[in-house]
Design a protein around this ligand. Sequence first.
Ligand code: AMP
Length: 403
Amino acid sequence: MKILVLNAGSSSQKSCLYDVPDDRLPQQPPDPLWEAQIDWAPTVAEVKVKANGQELKQSIAYESRSPVMEQILNMLWSGATQVIADPSAIQVVGHRVVHGGQDYHDSVRVTAEVKAAIDRLSDLAPAHNPVNLEGIQAIEAILGDVPQVAVFDTAFHARIPDSAAIYPIPYAWSERGIRRYGFHGTSHRYCAQKTAQILGKDLKDLKIVTCHLGNGCSLAAIQGGRSVHTTMGFTPLDGLMMGSRSGSIDPSILLYMLREEGYTAEQLDQELNQASGLLGVSGVSNDMRLVTQAAEQGNPRAKLALEIYIHRLHALMGSIVAILNGIDALVFTAGVGENAADIRARACENFAYMGLKLDLEKNSSRPRNQVISTEDSTVEVLVIHTQEDWAIAQECWEILQEV
Ligand code: AMP
């Protein structure tokens, strides 16, 4: 079965084509047959396409995104990156959709109703849901009535208990849909499943904390395979300190900036999402590698940024371990979680009190999909390479079996 996955963000879009057997899903993620990355600079799309052992790069001037997508998808069935005879070889298209609100607890086949819901939920995810919908419509225009599947970033957290989901605000606000939704769900779910597979245990028997530390950062508490708490909230701005997002701050800071400093809502939105976090404190970058480098060279604000990052990680890891009343496994994933051994080591340091012991040699040996704690550690610590695109392909495969 040929499965096309579109993972569209506000400023970039990844697409890949998987070929999987019709009758079973492989245990290990296969390499995609074809991959494309589009970075949407203001007027020019920077495109990379990888297939047949080749990588093609080009810059395409654009006014709207759909014609560029059409041009890129054409490269699936023509030219040096051709991997299929014609578009009809694609049996299903899966989309990462950021916000599914309270209605979508699972991935769904795209219908007119689902498209209307994605559109309606654009209020809650203005930078993402409209581009996700645009992707669905572009596929309709290019590939006709091929089955499409929406895989929601919020779905995995949609059943967290009310005690975790409802904010202590006037209840009427909650009735208007202001609640914790949580994000990165596809990654948290994938990592939990992979953890059970690596440990050779049943997911139902495990209490897991997954730490998705990338440019965006969130933790999830997973019990018996279900998310019971997560640190992102109503929006992806809540929780941990991130690359350029603040994470949780005292809400009165916003009121103060509005009243006393004359800020507008748009300025607050921009500065809390794009000029805060590692970037805001260090003044260096949102990239952990550059901030670490600057700290090593003695930059005091880069050092401070790292100290705050770790402090906040400890604080939320501690609270999420308490919510689960102890854990069996702690998982690190995404750009920082998979690559920054020193951040993992420091994150784990403060959990030695509960018998968690990191094997420092394994931790610093570029681990991937393996356990990095010692034999006698009370908690298994793992590094998992998150594969959201493969997780989306798996969802598509499963949904097509139901038809
Ligand atoms: P992601 O959002 O998962 O793609 O993660 C992107 C972030 O991962 C980058 O902004 C970097 O901060 C971080 N990252 C990637 N490689 C490394 C590395 N070797 N060491 C530290 N951080 C890294």
